[in-house]
Design a protein around this ligand. Structure first.
Ligand code: ZN
Length: 171
């Protein structure tokens, strides 16, 4: 068995330096763990993408491996708009779930009538408490997620991770 290197745990002292994958709030992004790994590869290039069905044209979000409308598995990757407007929002000012700093801001976003993705519930970062208002514009942003060593078929793999959120567009 490959020896795992000691990893820092954040905010969960009971784990005593051990890493428990089930408690990880971020997806494992390598091809060994997910068939939608191109979504994460695209994030690394700063692209916001999802899957479009080649048969019926349906665009789903989050991306998948089968079309939820016609069950075809012939899908292609398409880019989504990176700017949206805030319809409404909620701010958790204290006591956010483990792994999230306060304030934890979640907004219901609209991408406009012409967008293939009309709405999305998105996390807002780089934003102070009370700063964001309804009607404000936000933009897509990619951030690094701490990577952890994982065992894959007796090998230890450290895969870099990223995730996406939105941030206020500075006026
Ligand atoms: Zn389809």
């Amino acid at each position: 068995m490959a020896e795992l290197q000691k990893v820092e745990t954040v905010g969960i002292p009971a784990l005593e330096g051990k890493y428990i994958g089930e408690m990880d709030i971020w997806p494992f992004e390598a091809p060994e763990f997910t068939r939608i790994y191109p979504f994460f590869d695209n994030l690394r290039e700063g692209k916001f993408t999802t899957t479009k069905c080649k048969k019926c044209g349906h665009i789903a979000f989050p991306p998948g491996v089968i079309c939820p409308k016609c069950w075809s598995d012939e899908l292609e990757w398409v880019e989504l708009p990176k700017r949206a407007k805030v319809v409404t929002l909620t701010e958790t000012q204290a006591g956010a779930p483990a792994g999230f700093p306060s304030p934890l801001i979640i907004a219901w976003l609209t991408f406009g009538e012409n967008s293939p993705l009309k709405h999305l519930l998105g996390r807002i970062i780089n934003c102070k408490e009370g700063e964001l208002k309804e009607g404000d514009e936000v933009q897509f942003v990619v951030f690094d997620v701490p990577s952890h060593p994982l065992e894959v078929k007796k090998d230890t793999k450290v895969s870099d991770r990223v995730y996406y959120a939105f941030e206020p567009v500075k006026k």
